[in-house]
Design a protein around this ligand. Structure first.
Ligand SMILES: [Mg+2]
Length: 101
């Protein structure tokens, strides 16, 4: 099984909640969709950005999504007693059961 491991920080200068992180996640996924669609001209508008700039923007927005997801994991652990390590094991098992691995 090939893995991609990234480490993202807890944003200690913020006071996130489940609701604020969920809304932020939607905001960031919207920005990712914009980078993939609008900045590549899929909406019919003229594109001024070079392909390399678009891919950089897509990557930046994807990392914003990942950071927000990690922030929500901290919230679930600290405010709702969720064990993310256990949840991760269950997630991997689910993927295997579905035949994705
Ligand atoms: Mg963003």
């Amino acid at each position: 099984m090939q893995n991609k491991t990234i480490t993202l920080p807890k944003l200690t200068n913020l006071s996130p909640t489940m609701e604020s992180t969920a809304l932020k996640l939607m905001e960031e996924t919207g920005e990712l969709a914009q980078a993939i669609g609008k900045f590549r001209g899929l909406n019919g508008e003229t594109v001024d950005l070079a392909e390399e700039q678009v891919v950089k923007k897509i990557t930046e927005e994807l990392l914003d999504v990942a950071q927000t997801a990690v922030s929500m994991m901290f919230v679930l652990e600290e405010m709702y007693g969720v064990n993310i390590d256990t949840a991760l094991e269950e997630h991997i098992a689910k993927l295997a059961k579905k035949g994705y691995l």
